[in-house]
Design a protein around this ligand. Structure first.
Ligand code: N1C
Length: 266
């Protein structure tokens, strides 16, 4: 190709990879692994945007030893030079092995369509973990990435759209694999924050309903505690007694996991 011609990537219907993806990924990884530890955290940094989310992860073991460059490389290798609609779960396995983390029993918080609220909750309850409070969830949160079968660069012009192009793309497959692992590793009592301002607080099509619920291990997880929260000032559309929560309850009873539900706790 002529030097002045931009590399032609395949065109998709979704937004392209996040600009400066690699820098953001590495920067977040270093923040997570280096600044989380209290002794490495200068006081003035305690409440900045990035570190705020992280302070409570400080008791997670051996994060300082993690090699961010290796993690970034394993992440890239999962999808680079591949058709972004042909990325498989196996492609992310080397990354999962390299960066796996365990959350202490009773501290896992799932969420579905309540991301902000769930994160506010784990911020206040500093010992609790959503997936975004683990290393891989943290580094990838809010980012878009895809490669191209004809090139070793990321495609910054466009990436597959979930609806219009393909359901299994480099981003959705990543969250699926990571969410699955997060659920498999959970133990004790686990919690989920659900959105009571939607007509179905529980949806089988969500990552929570389609992936996490089915990957909890009944030998390890004794109870699922659901919190159904609705927006202040709006009348609730769904609650613990609604049919979607009944569905969740019956899935849990078939899976031998105790289920409890609380509407609008404080
Ligand atoms: O489909 P959802 O919610 O039920 O997924 C949320 C559920 C949580 O319990 C998390 O553990 O699944 C996990 N998870 C993430 O942590 C996450 N962070 C960012 C799943 N998806 C995540 N994302 C992106 O948000 C991702 O692109 C995915 O498609 C959405 C899902 O959000 P949702 O529909 O509110």
């Amino acid at each position: 190709r002529l030097w002045h011609q931009p590399l032609k990537h395949r065109e998709w219907n979704g937004t392209g990879s996040t600009a400066h993806f690699q820098d953001i990924f590495l920067g977040r990884c270093y923040i997570y692994t280096q600044l989380v530890q209290p002794e490495f955290r200068p006081y003035h940094m305690q409440h900045t945007f990035e570190t705020k989310l992280l302070i409570f992860t400080s008791h997670v073991l051996s994060l300082r030893d993690r090699d961010c460059k290796k993690i970034e490389e394993a992440f890239r290798n999962a999808f680079i030079s591949k058709d972004p609609c042909e990325v498989t779960e196996e492609d992310y396995h080397p990354l999962m092995e390299l960066a796996s983390q365990t959350v202490p029993c009773d501290k896992t918080v799932f969420w579905s369509r309540t991301k902000e609220l769930a994160h506010q909750y784990t911020w206040v309850r500093q010992e609790m973990f959503t997936l975004e409070n683990t290393l891989l969830g943290y580094v990838a949160d809010g980012l878009t990435w895809c490669g191209d079968s004809g090139s070793s660069e990321m495609n910054y012009q466009s990436c597959p759209d979930w609806r219009k192009d393909c359901k299994n793309n480099s981003v959705t497959v990543f969250w699926k694999v990571l969410s699955k692992m997060f659920a498999e590793n959970a133990c004790g009592m686990v919690q989920v924050v659900l959105n009571g301002s939607l007509s179905n607080a529980f949806s089988k099509d969500s990552t929570f309903g389609g992936v996490e619920v089915h990957n909890l291990h009944p030998e390890k997880v004794h109870t699922l505690q659901a919190w159904v929260m609705h927006d202040i000032g709006k009348s609730p559309s769904d609650s613990c007694s609604g049919s979607s929560i009944m569905d969740l309850k019956s899935i849990m009873s078939k899976r031998n996991i105790k289920f409890t539900c609380q509407d609008n706790y404080r």
